[in-house]
Design a protein around this ligand. Structure first.
Ligand SMILES: Nc1ncnc2c1ncn2[C@@H]1O[C@H](COP(=O)(O)OP(=O)(O)O)[C@@H](O)[C@H]1O
Ligand SMILES: [Mg+2]
Length: 439
């Protein structure tokens, strides 16, 4: 993209309404604009980040065999009457009437709809297990939307639903999903910790929230730093394979043995047993939540399959959410400095910005155009007729992993400067060597 012809409205001033770093930076770097309370438009670079996060979330869901589908945002009220949640959900649910006076709602979640879709088509135990997911906008009429996309009213969620024949199967699905989550967050450059959460009326230990530490988080959390050393992406000695039952068992044991708890579940006696230097505590942001709820919806809504003995069985279900739009804010909370955002390579809107310090200078223009042609869609070309200082500040603010600085002095000999945003490290090199260097 050429910055001179892009809707990337960066701001020098800090917007007064933003109380936390990620909200300030998302507005200042031109990622989003609020269109109604708690509802945001995603401008081009913000939307690129959102799509990059989606891509990683999707890849890890696909890797455990979950099937992507897309359910609508608008749902009929009848489905929610069947589960009993139409009244329970209260004012958070946005209720709508169509021209025929039929009651609809903008979905805050999709357990009822997916249960209905399964009951229409799945008949036999031979068709289970299955996991379905979609990445779709949700609406929850939060009393106090705040912190930008972190607690919005309309937000993008990946929600998955598992269907198994029995508890043992549901447990495997749950563990696979937990592993997919740890891999997802690591790929996003985050250290999310799984913390036992309220499991509701069903009991058991199968409800976890995934929380990252950040001073502006909404919950108080405590965990053992052992979590920070685990590499979920390696396949070798320390890694886990989601297709192996023993690996899944070992993984789940590790996730539930190290201490980790939100304030509601905190156990001071157990915490005392964690060695002092390994204790991490602070505020945390919930970026995901997984939940086993047995036959709650399958029983209420009459979803059955014929078991091996021919008798009808209500499948055991779980649901698994990731706050995709919240993650944009959460990543920024975890990765920024005084000058702006520092994107992890995996989700950066552009890999590099090309800063032309003297548009109109023949050598600068030639080198920049040439690099831009080679780097294509992975580069943002700052071709604006602005001062160098403005370009440096905006590039730092937008947080591209690499900045390619093209000034008249170096350009005369085809030399450019390459800056790594995360470390501030700068090197001089031949313009021709840049694409290989940042690949
Ligand atoms: N109002 C919101 N704005 C942005 N993201 C949200 C919001 N509510 C929930 N999420 C994200 O969706 C994930 C799943 O939601 P869920 O656990 O059902 O919500 P909650 O914890 O608010 O009851 C959460 O972990 C969070 O990342
Ligand atoms: Mg939750």
């Amino acid at each position: 993209m050429r910055l001179s012809h892009s809707l990337i409205p960066t701001l020098k001033e800090t917007p007064a309404e933003a109380q936390i770093a990620s909200h300030r930076l998302m507005l200042r770097a031109g990622l989003v604009r609020q269109t109604s309370a708690g509802i945001y438009a995603w401008l081009p670079i913000g939307y690129r980040v959102l799509r990059n996060i989606e891509r990683i979330v999707r890849a890890e869901q696909d890797a455990i065999g979950a099937q992507e589908c897309l359910m609508p945002t608008i749902q009929p009220a009848e489905l929610w009457r069947e589960s009993g949640r139409y009244e329970d959900y209260g004012k958070e649910m946005l209720r709508i009437r169509d021209r025929h006076d039929r009651e609809l709602l903008y979905g805050p979640t999709n357990e009822e709809m997916i249960t209905d879709l399964m009951r229409q088509s799945v008949k036999s135990y031979r068709e289970l297990p299955q996991i379905l997911y979609h990445i779709q906008w949700k609406f929850r009429d939060e009393v106090r939307p705040r912190f930008g996309v972190m607690r919005g009213r309309e937000f993008l969620m990946k929600d998955a639903y598992s269907f198994d024949l029995d508890y043992a199967g549901a447990e495997v699905s749950y563990r696979q999903m937990m592993l997919a989550y740890m891999r997802t967050f690591q790929r996003l450059g985050l250290r999310a910790i799984p913390m036992a959460a309220e499991s509701g009326p069903i009991g058991g230990n199968l409800s976890h929230e995934f929380i990252i530490l950040a001073p502006t988080g909404e919950s108080l959390v405590h965990y053992d730093s052992a979590f920070e050393e685990i590499d979920y992406l390696s396949r070798g000695a320390g890694g886990f394979d989601h297709t192996s039952a023993t690996d899944l068992e070992r993984f789940f044991t590790e996730m539930t043995t190290h201490y980790a708890a939100t304030d509601e579940k905190h156990d001071p006696a157990a915490w005392e047993k964690v060695a002092q230097p390994r204790r991490r505590e602070g505020r945390g942001i919930e970026v995901g939540h997984i939940f086993y709820f047995g036959t709650k919806y399958s029983a209420a809504m009459g979803l059955t399959v014929a078991g091996a003995d021919g008798k009808p069985v209500h499948p055991e279900m779980g649901s698994y959410g990731i706050g995709v739009s919240r993650l944009v804010g959460a990543v920024i909370e975890a990765s920024h400095d005084a000058a702006g955002i520092i994107w992890p390579d995996s989700i950066a809107p552009f890999r590099a910005a090309i800063l032309n310090l003297k548009p109109g200078d023949a050598a600068c223009d030639r080198i920049c155009e040439d690099l831009y042609a080679k780097l294509g869609a992975t580069a943002l070309y700052d071709d604006r007729p602005d001062r160098a200082g403005v370009k440096f500040a905006d590039a730092d603010l937008m947080g591209h992993p690499w900045q390619i600085v093209v000034g008249p002095r170096g350009a005369a000999t085809s030399q450019v400067e390459l800056k790594r945003r995360a470390t501030g490290e700068r090197i001089e090199l031949a313009a021709d060597d840049v694409p290989a260097r940042i690949a």
